[in-house]
Design a protein around this ligand. Structure first.
Ligand SMILES: Nc1ncnc2c1ncn2[C@@H]1O[C@H](COP(=O)(O)OP(=O)(O)OP(=O)(O)O)[C@@H](O)[C@H]1O
Ligand SMILES: [Mg+2]
Length: 470
């Protein structure tokens, strides 16, 4: 099927000429002014639009054309629009590119140049469509707002689904920012308790003397200031889920009371004698090594075993493979919309830096860096610098030994060559100026397989397209 091309020009002569030149390769639709352009654009969904900036009622100025550009981009932010201007309005054409046009051409138009540009534009448009489809497919992997296609995260999602059907306490382990609170809330929403309350409390954020009454409530007159009876979070989360974050920080006295509650669902409010029975599910989390806290005598072992009936470990972001890029792109898209920045894309050096960074602050760190970068980004691109990450290579060089440095350069060159030739060894070897056996030896030494460089090539095709897109 031929791609559809919309030509917006009020000059009949030029229209006829272009139709004649482009007809064999494109399904052509045309319009002569802004309203016509909008109508045809909506009806035909063209792969590319050629837009003359000088449109009636003032064909000698660019305003109407620029307004049409804005209208079309408002209908479809990803629209591929090539603007055409007179030599003297080149400045306006450049302005149009800044406003989201794909590219520009100046009159008189060179047909070969136009054809080339159109072909490239359709190619990029196709790639983008494929990429969007892929993203949509990946979105299907969103589990209760949690993103993750890595086997590690798919395992976590499967586990959450399973434990959600029970009321057993769950202990969530994971470094800071790995999504423990999100997982807790997912457990709640997947369970039969989803219509009850989900209440989260950070055990470290409240002074010890207040924490007990916060959790268990208090009777009137239980302590100075307790003018009225008050229910605690356990009661308030009845039929729902109570999420206890940083459980390792729970003071010993409260540990005893929580243990008792976990044993028989009963407790007394502070200053009260009446036994209250409540059905709430306890989900606890910590980024500390709770077993070690137990070993040090700071956390009761019996409470640990009660809480850790089911343990779910959230893997650190650096162990989630391509999830980090998926999350980075998703956050970039979200923040770009929030900041009204239109289509933003990572440059290849930004993607490289994202892949190389070890993300000690995990998903939260990624979110924060992308947020800041979205604000800093210029020209629709987010660089490693915007992310405040070191560009590729600059972090590892200083401490490398000569052998490491040599291997790193060799690896880089071999991987790049294989990538350029889609994993084919013969052309890669000839490009590197070595024999095939030598290249095989090198690959063996460096632990590079052909498959890896193919996958890398595919991944980088995505990266390249992002550059062209903006
Ligand atoms: N898989 C994910 N998909 C999308 N967003 C995520 C994911 N995991 C975490 N986030 C986001 O990252 C941030 C940190 O997540 P969350 O607060 O759940 O982590 P945490 O492990 O509880 O952190 P901390 O140990 O610091 O309390 C949140 O803004 C959350 O929305
Ligand atoms: Mg948390």
């Amino acid at each position: 099927m031929k791609p559809t091309l919309l030509i917006v020009d009020d000059d009949q002569g030029i229209l006829t000429q272009m139709k004649w030149a482009l007809d064999p390769d494109y399904e052509i639709v045309s319009a002569e002014d802004r309203p016509g352009a909008i109508e045809s654009f909506k009806a035909a969904h063209p792969a590319v639009t050629l837009l003359d900036l000088g449109l009636p009622p003032r064909p000698n100025e660019s305003e109407e054309g620029l307004a049409a550009l804005a209208d079309l981009l408002a209908i479809d932010r990803a629209a591929k629009i090539i603007v055409i201007s007179g030599q003297s309005e080149k400045k306006n054409a450049i302005q149009a590119v800044g406003a989201g046009a794909y590219d520009f051409l100046c009159k008189p138009i060179d047909v070969d140049e136009l054809k080339l540009l159109l072909r490239r534009c359709v190619y990029v448009s196709d790639l983008e469509k494929g990429y969007l489809e892929m993203q949509q497919k990946l979105r299907a992997d969103i589990f209760e707002n949690m993103l993750g296609t890595s086997p590690q995260m798919q395992g976590v999602f499967a586990y959450i689904r399973k434990v959600a059907t029970t009321s057993a306490p769950v202990l969530l382990l994971g470094e800071s920012g790995t999504g423990k609170e999100m997982a807790a809330s997912a457990i709640h929403r997947c369970s039969s308790r989803k219509n009850g309350a989900f209440i989260a409390i950070n055990c470290n954020s409240i002074p010890e003397n207040l924490l007990e009454s916060e959790l268990f409530g208090h009777e009137k007159g239980a302590f100075t200031g307790a003018h009225i009876q008050r229910k605690g979070l356990i009661e308030n989360s009845a039929e729902g889920t109570l999420f206890l974050d940083e459980i390792g920080e729970l003071p010993p006295q409260i540990q005893v009371k929580l243990l008792r509650f976990l044993q028989d669902q009963r407790f007394q409010r502070v200053g009260g004698r009446q036994e209250i029975q409540i059905d709430t599910r306890i989900v606890a989390a910590t980024n500390a090594d709770l077993k070690d806290t137990v070993a040090k005598g700071k956390f009761r072992e019996d409470l640990y075993f009660r809480l850790a009936v089911v343990v779910i470990k959230l893997p650190p972001l650096r162990e989630r493979g391509q999830d980090v890029e998926l999350l980075a792109r998703e956050f970039l898209q979200q923040f770009a919309v929030q900041c009204d920045k239109g289509n933003l894309a990572f440059t290849p050096d930004a993607l490289n830096a994202i892949r190389r960074h070890t993300w000690p602050g995990n998903v939260r760190e990624l979110q924060n860096r992308v947020k800041r970068a979205t604000i800093m980004a210029e020209n629709r691109r987010v660089t490693a610098n915007d992310l405040e990450l070191l560009p590729h290579g600059s972090e590892s060089v200083p401490r490398a030994t000569l052998k490491e440095a040599r291997e790193s350069v060799e690896r880089e060159l071999v991987e790049q060559a294989l990538k350029r030739h889609s994993g084919r060894v013969t052309p890669a070897a000839s490009e590197l100026g070595v024999s095939r056996p030598t290249l095989y030896e090198l690959m063996d030494k460096l632990g590079i397989t052909k498959g890896e460089s193919k996958a890398q090539a595919a991944a980088d095709a995505g990266a390249t397209f992002e550059v062209q897109k903006s």
